[in-house]
Design a protein around this ligand. Sequence first.
Ligand SMILES: NC(=O)c1ccc[n+]([C@@H]2O[C@H](COP(=O)([O-])OP(=O)(O)OC[C@H]3O[C@@H](n4cnc5c(N)ncnc54)[C@H](O)[C@@H]3O)[C@@H](O)[C@H]2O)c1
Length: 357
Amino acid sequence: MKAFTYTANPSRVVFGAGALGQVAAEVDRLGARRALVLSTPEQVDAARRVAGLLGERAAGVFAQAAMHVPIETARAAREEARRLGADCAVAIGGGSTTGLGKAIALESQLPIVAIPTTYAGSEVTPIWGLTEGGVKKTGRDARVLPRTVIYDPELTLTLPLALTVTSALNAIAHGCEGLYAHDGNPVVALMAEEGIRASAAALPALQRDPRDIEARGDALAGAWLCGVVLGSAAMGLHHKLCHTLGGTFNLPHAETHTVVLPHALAYNAAAAPEAMGRIARALGLAEAEGVPRAVQALAARLGAPTSLRELGMPAEGVERATELAVTTPYPNPRPLEREALRSLIQRAWEGAAPADD
Ligand SMILES: NC(=O)c1ccc[n+]([C@@H]2O[C@H](COP(=O)([O-])OP(=O)(O)OC[C@H]3O[C@@H](n4cnc5c(N)ncnc54)[C@H](O)[C@@H]3O)[C@@H](O)[C@H]2O)c1
């Protein structure tokens, strides 16, 4: 067993179908009296429902959350929180809405209650992101970690199947990279393996019936575990590449993760045999060698995108992305090799099978 250091991120988790009904009690538990409810414009009805449940504890609704937290939106939300005298924020939605809550907490230390409705996992990480002038900055700060997370599978029943699949694969990607993280440990590995298993097992059931509440619960529990992994271990090639590709070519978050994951796993496979063995076990595969192709086949069977081209990345972007991918080194099982990375990005762009080596 190699030496490790592990700091658990403290959050209170309330999980279960109908758990949204506890939102007022959870706000009371924080000692807060004036909650600002956050959502995207598309989920304003969910935000209004939360405000209704909060009654007099609701100070207002700010329904302007947007992907990658534009600094202008963060400033407007901070100003609204100040204007209303809010002493807590309740964020209902996916990673974009949780991210807006974090942007408020980063400046004001306001406690956040997160109510996730996708499988992104941001609600249990101390990672924040802000986009200014087209450039996304990210950082880790314990102040942005939501204090309470309410996981209610009923809220995910409206998540379209396409986003259900790509969002769960986004969660699976956190688990996979946690298994070969340079700062991983036995607790992270346990959570990662079970998170991958639960997420992958839920998907075929959700393809048959997106309103299967048991499968929705399994997918959300898997997302929680994989999110904890994301918040506890350093991510490698896969997450760095997706961050670069998403930011440079304005590609959708969960879909980009879905396309890149098989290729990033193939790149690292030979350098991370133990991790591949655990991913294979989580996916119910006999052979660790088959992991990258099995992940791609799973995505394809579920109707998810398999190429960066179909996500809107231009062909000439492959060279640009390769340049960016080798500019800032970071720990990864296999060192960053320019030619192999160029080939990886090219394959992901075309939607080719992951490389064999
Ligand atoms: N900081 C972190 O730890 C972390 C982790 C993961 C993702 N992120 C960030 O989160 C963002 C992506 O989040 P995401 O993939 O959850 O997507 P998202 O939050 O952007 O949501 C995508 C769309 O789906 C809608 N939606 C969400 N849940 C729904 C539901 N149950 N029913 C119907 N519609 C629903 C949203 O309103 C939005 O219109 C990216 O900016 C990414 O960088 C951050």
